[in-house]
Design a protein around this ligand. Structure first.
Ligand code: CMC
Length: 429
């Protein structure tokens, strides 16, 4: 709290609301008693662009300056020095682990890496062509049936959390293998988190998978960059669903479903589809930019714009550099990268994009890295989900632990018809 307050004058009466100050100077005024004190007045903020739903000590982002930090550590440092496993630990537990803590965490992840054999049949019964995000969301929810509720919140946190973090990559790789009709590759305790995932995805009896340390590093960075992003759509879904005191699997399953949308995590798939379509149709970059600017056309430049970032997304900067490195290392020339760079250059010099502060976001270059690694396009958002899992868990944990825990339940202003009489069906016109 600060000594400042905001005054609201309503029907001649003045109401005062205290101003809250964040560590980085962010301010909010607390209206939690607005309705009671004013006799029913609520605020209206569709899309919640001006509404803080919680105080959080997990992630700080500054959309004007392009800053992103997890638990105070800049994303650039984590991308350079950390691993996804370590960053996941940092987010969930609040501090970087000691060597001993990290080793213990690895042991727990290995212990939890297998998926119940009965779950294989679930995969086989999804109709062909089911989207992997729908499958993942269902499978994560189904985990509760296989791993019943634990007694204490502490147990839930220690065991369910590592179980989820470990099993999500096994589930994702299994869904890929089964969807292709290939044999499942089991997790190996001798491999690191990321190498294990790649091996489960791509190893097969005919051609053993060669684990390339630069590809493993790229995957670590990809997942670190996705690990949390404060109160975005899917994280808010996790907090909201979790606020009903549902189990963690169900809350995460809701987060996965929310992430699926093309305006959120699904944008990484949408970007590649957009770029591929441009190449296929031979459209010029100029035509695409014109289409994206046309008010009468719903077409948008996917991978551009962000609700919070009004400058270059710091994750996109790292992703772009990583993209060049991975393609060079794997000796791949991807025409989609050429188109992406051309689109970026034209958009960043176009008044429409300049005036609206539209810059590339994390999804603009990430799909090109995933393609180079061999991940199929319809699995891109699953890759985002694996990366975002530590963030969702940290946010869920914070919301359950916190002193301000409350069932989340927004209000509305009703604009439908006032009371009407019920008309029996035969009398209706
Ligand atoms: N292409 C063309 N115009 C755009 C775009 C775009 N990608 N994004 C925003 N605009 C325009 C929009 O038409 C509007 O123009 P006007 O003021 O003339 O009506 C203005 O910019 C503001 O857009 P908005 O939709 O009100 O802004 P928002 O904050 O609600 O939208 C967004 C943010 C991410 C939904 C939007 O920028 C978008 O649809 N981008 C494309 C999808 C995408 O890349 N999503 C991934 C986001 S990053 C991953 C994640 O963290 O989830």
């Amino acid at each position: 709290m600060t000594k400042e307050y905001v005054e609201l004058i309503y029907q001649g009466k003045t109401y005062k609301f205290p101003v809250i100050l964040g560590t980085e100077g962010e301010k909010a005024f607390d209206i939690s008693n607005l309705r009671q004190s004013t006799g029913g007045l609520i605020t209206m903020d569709p899309g919640f662009a001006n509404t803080g739903s919680c105080c959080s000590s997990i992630t700080y982002m500054n959309g004007e300056k392009g800053i992103l930090k997890y638990r105070g550590i800049p994303i650039e440092q984590l991308a350079k020095y950390s691993s996804f496993k370590e960053t996941g630990y940092l987010l969930v537990n609040g501090a970087l682990p000691t060597r001993k803590e990290l080793n213990r965490f690895s042991v727990l992840l290995n212990d939890q890496s297998l998926v119940h054999e009965d779950m294989h049949t679930f995969f086989q019964n999804f109709p062909r062509g089911s989207h992997p995000m729908g499958i993942l969301s269902s499978m994560v929810n189904a985990l509760r049936g296989f791993y019943p509720e634990l007694q204490t919140l502490e147990e839930e946190i220690n065991i369910t959390v590592t179980r989820l973090l470990s099993k999500i990559r096994t589930l994702a790789a299994m869904s890929y293998k089964i969807s292709r009709g290939y044999s499942v590759v089991y997790p190996r305790p001798d491999l690191s988190y990321c190498a294990n995932f790649l091996n489960m995805m791509f190893d097969n009896v005919v051609k053993p998978y060669h684990i390339d340390k630069d590809v493993v590093r790229a995957l670590n960075v990809f997942w670190i960059l996705h690990a949390d992003h404060e109160q975005n759509c899917s994280t808010s879904a996790v907090r909201m669903v979790g606020s009903g005191r549902v189990n963690l699997y169900a809350a995460i399953s809701a987060g996965i479903a929310a992430l699926w949308g093309p305006l959120h995590g699904g944008a990484n798939q949408a970007v590649i589809e957009m770029l591929a379509e441009i190449v296929e149709r031979g459209d010029s970059v100029k035509t695409i930019i014109k289409k994206a600017k046309d008010k009468n056309d719903p077409y948008r430049l996917m991978g551009f714009g962000h609700r919070v970032y009004k400058t270059y997304d710091p994750r996109a900067k790292i992703m772009k550099e990583m993209c060049d490195k991975v393609l060079a290392k794997l000796d791949i020339h991807d025409s989609l990268l050429d188109i992406a760079k051309e689109l970026e250059e034209v958009a960043l010099n176009d008044d429409y994009f300049i005036e609206r502060n539209l810059y590339p976001n994390v999804d603009f270059y990430s799909g090109i890295i995933l393609r180079a690694i061999g991940i199929p396009t319809n699995m891109f958002t699953v890759m985002f989900a694996i990366g975002r899992l530590p963030g969702w868990i940290a946010q869920w944990k914070e919301s359950m632990d916190g002193p301000n825990w409350k069932l989340q339940r927004p209000r509305q202003i009703f604009i439908g018809p006032p009371e009407k009489e019920y008309i029996p069906i035969d009398e209706r016109k």
